[in-house]
Ligand binder design. Structure first.
Ligand code: Z5A
Length: 212
């Protein structure tokens, strides 16, 4: 993508994305970079409405293909009206989840075809990919304990543990197939250690990007 850098943060439930995005934001902004923080699904008023639809618990079964298309509808809106314009202006974008989440949740979690997801990815993104993805990894049980201690569970968080085990395996398979695209951090450790690990892995990349 032209201009700024596009960084995404991924992981399963309760992994600490929000907490660590605030930390990464400080790190990047302390270098004088203009940064846009966003999230998926969401990031624009319309995409946030689609997020509500995706996350709200309902009696009617949300058909997995309908869920997948809703995720990509929100992504098209967000990408074209927030992410790409910001990058074109030279701003950096730090986004809480992106398409790796679709491969993990709708692909590995729901069992939808990875080829179909890749096809939608190419229609919506037209080859545009994050410059780097920070994958926060945690044992599924520990993450769910953290998430349930925090607030009422949404539609995704109410899934069975087996679903999240598949999601985590889906993320790991993405990481293993493109190791150069990911920074992997063990997020099961105390917060200070997690953030020190983010610093150690992310700062050299930041230095390289800013030196160019
Ligand atoms: N979804 C999808 O299916 N397909 C897609 O393509 C996309 C998304 C893009 C909403 O995402 C849902 O959308 C998501 C998948 C689906 N499933 N769910 N649920 P979300 O990212 O908004 O939802 P979330 O996973 O619940 O993220 P979150 O709210 O940002 O929570 P978090 O990552 O766990 O972050 P946190 O609030 O910072 O941390 C959780 C708690 O743990 C909190 O109390 C912290 O203080 C605590 N914490 C954090 N780090 C630590 C450490 N190191 N030790 C101890 N305690 C800690």
């Amino acid at each position: 993508m032209s201009g700024g850098k596009f960084i995404t943060v991924e992981g399963t439930e309760g992994v600490g994305k929000s907490t660590n995005i605030a930390f990464i934001q400080k790190l990047i902004e302390s270098r004088g970079v203009e940064l846009v923080i966003s999230r998926e699904p969401g990031g624009t008023p319309l995409a946030e409405e689609l997020r509500e639809i995706l996350l709200n618990k309902r009696d009617e079964l949300f058909d997995p293909t309908a869920e997948l298309l809703t995720v990509f509808a929100a992504r098209a809106q967000h990408l074209n009206s927030v992410i790409l314009p910001a990058l074109a202006q030279g701003k950096w974008v730090l986004c809480d989840r992106f398409t790796d989440a679709t491969f993990a949740y709708q692909g590995a979690g729901r069992g939808l075809s990875l080829d179909v997801i890749a096809g939608l990815e190419s229609i919506v993104q037209q080859g545009r990919q994050p410059d780097m993805t920070i994958f926060l990894d945690i044992d599924v049980r520990t993450g769910l304990e953290r998430a349930s201690a925090r607030a009422e569970l949404d539609r995704f968080e109410s899934e069975k543990i087996e679903f999240f085990e598949r999601v985590r395996a889906g993320y790991k398979s993405r990481v293993n197939s493109r190791p150069e695209k990911f920074l992997v951090v063990d997020a099961g450790k105390p917060l200070e250690e997690v953030q020190s690990s983010i610093l150690t892995k992310f700062e050299p990349l930041l230095d390289r990007w800013l030196a160019r």
